[in-house]
Design a protein around this ligand. Structure first.
Ligand code: GDG
Length: 487
């Protein structure tokens, strides 16, 4: 808040932070399952301003204001949510097509082949332009601070820069950036890089992603790169490329006071699934997405039961898989595959009143996730590739009893900050099964030692640190511009 001192802040993201739906007794407000929203929302609440997003979840325009603007959070009215309504064709080409069948697999090494269609690309460009126009329309000063979120808006920074040359554009790319060879297969690589270089600052989760981006620019554009300061000069504009590891809002004492005690959570969850107090539970929480390593996790559970039959009947794995992008064939067939493998494992090792795997393929309330985190012996995060991953941080934040074991993929950005977890290669089934066994057998003292250290680090490097560092760097750049203008 202090960094911005009255500056106008505009956030742009595809996903809206609140979904307004018509229920039987009026409008219901929901929170979407999204790492980006989890991270950016607390920042926006702190500095007000305007958040521009696609009104995807709020299916009926008429449930919100006719001028497409609502104050949120409901009942607190801290900032403006301005929605853009995309036509079905725009949503198909921009969101499902180019963003999620092109850029998403292009940037994640998950061995899913990206699909590039000319028509999708055209929609992507047009929708980026619509959002750029909305930013310009919302701007009440000529130098607003615009926070551009994610791979849906690679072209937006240069489009905004054209209309608002004095804007401070802070772009954050929430997913990994691949090496130049991998990125180079994109037919529109030049346009995407040029679009992104409209940013004042371009943020990634890790230094490694920054390095990949700089090497990609070096390979495909005529730009001046200053490695020492991590800046790229292109068409007389400078872009600072910097790493800002994202995080969560550390729960306040007030929030923690609303949580049921750990033993109550443990009992509730076990009772709900029909198990006794000594039943062991591991939990996974993800959008139902092929990058999250859900299949590999199931194989690890199966291998554990095969190798260590003592766990059969005594241990279950609960996977929350919030539906995501289900209109894409790649996602539907992945989701079917997971259903089938779950059934196969349950047939193989299950018995009357016992299932080794519980697949909960539906969206859950935040409170239900907290209860699961607090009830489990283990939280499993086995992404094949992940920009950061917030679930592992949420698990740690939920465990004020300092117990519980985190199993974490080495291919998630978070692995670099959380070495106290059991770090695994999700492709290595044997290693993951062994980590499960190690987690189930881990003495309480060792759990405490690891968990206390993880908690201290997530508490300190929380989402305000992420946003604060990026905004402070933006503030410094504004100051330099002002000084320069006086010379
Ligand atoms: C992208 C990057 C990066 C999940 N199911 C439900 C639910 N969730 C919430 C989790 C968590 C969030 O969704 C998922 O965050 P992740 O970070 O794991 O993943 P992505 O959505 O892929 O996010 C990622 C992130 O951006 C931030 O930069 O970390 O690498 O891929 O908060 O709790 N929330 C609710 N119900 C569910 O069923 N309420």
């Amino acid at each position: 808040r202090t960094t911005l001192r009255g500056d106008q802040v505009i956030v742009v993201s595809n996903r809206e932070p609140y979904i307004h739906e018509k229920g039987p007794d009026g409008v219901i407000v929901k929170r979407p399952a999204s790492g980006l929203v989890t991270a950016v929302e607390p920042v926006m609440r702190a500095c007000s301003g305007t958040w521009i997003a696609h009104g995807s979840g709020s299916a009926d325009h008429d449930v919100v204001d006719s001028n497409d603007r609502v104050m949120v959070p409901p009942g607190h009215d801290e900032y403006v949510l301005r929605r853009l309504w995309l036509t079905p064709e725009e949503e198909q080409g921009f969101y499902y097509g180019f963003s999620n069948e092109g850029l998403w697999p292009l940037c994640h090494v998950a061995h899913v082949r990206p699909v590039f269609r000319e028509a999708d690309w055209n929609r992507y460009r047009e929708v980026n332009q619509r959002f750029a126009d909305a930013v310009v329309a919302e701007a009440v000063v000529e130098d607003p601070v615009v926070l551009v979120q994610d791979y849906h808006f690679a072209l937006l920074p240069a489009m905004i820069r054209k209309k608002l040359p004095r804007a401070t554009i802070l772009t954050f790319w929430h997913i990994p950036w691949p090496n130049p060879e991998s990125f180079g297969i994109c037919p529109w690589r030049r346009e995407i890089l040029e679009g992104m270089l409209g940013s004042t600052i371009l943020g990634f989760h890790t230094r490694f992603h920054c390095k990949n981006f700089i090497e990609t620019v070096d390979r495909y554009l005529e730009a001046r790169i200053e490695h020492e300061h991590s800046t790229i000069s292109f068409h007389d504009d400078d872009t600072l490329v910097e790493s800002y590891p994202i995080s969560i809002e550390w729960p306040s004492d007030r929030e923690v006071a609303t949580w049921a005690p750990v033993d109550v959570c443990r009992r509730n969850v076990r009772e709900r699934f029909g198990y006794g107090p000594d039943h062991y539970i591991a939990v996974g929480v993800d959008r139902f997405d092929y990058t999250k390593g859900i299949l590999e996790r199931l194989h690890a559970v199966e291998r554990l039961l095969e190798k260590h039959p003592k766990w059969v009947g005594r241990f279950s794995f609960i996977q929350v898989a919030a539906p995501s992008r289900s209109s894409l064939e790649e996602y539907r067939s992945f989701q079917d595959r997971i259903q089938q493998v779950t059934e196969r494992i349950n047939k193989r090792f299950g018995s009357e009143g016992y299932l080794p795997v519980h697949l909960l393929a539906e969206h859950h309330e935040h409170a239900a996730l907290i209860e699961l985190y607090r009830a489990a012996e283990i939280c499993v995060v086995t992404s094949l590739h992940d920009g950061m991953n917030l679930v592992c941080k949420e698990f740690v934040a939920a465990r004020d009893d300092e117990l519980g074991v985190l199993i974490l993929s080495r291919f998630a950005g978070a692995a670099r900050e959380m070495p106290e977890a059991l770090i695994v290669n999700p492709y290595h089934v044997e290693e993951c099964a062994d980590a499960l066994e190690q987690g189930l057998a881990m003495p309480a003292a060792e759990q405490r030692e690891r968990m206390a250290s993880l908690r201290a680090s997530v508490r300190e490097f929380n989402v305000y640190r992420w946003a604060g560092r990026m905004l402070a760097d933006g503030g410094r750049s504004r100051l330099r511009d002002r000084i320069q203008a006086r010379l």
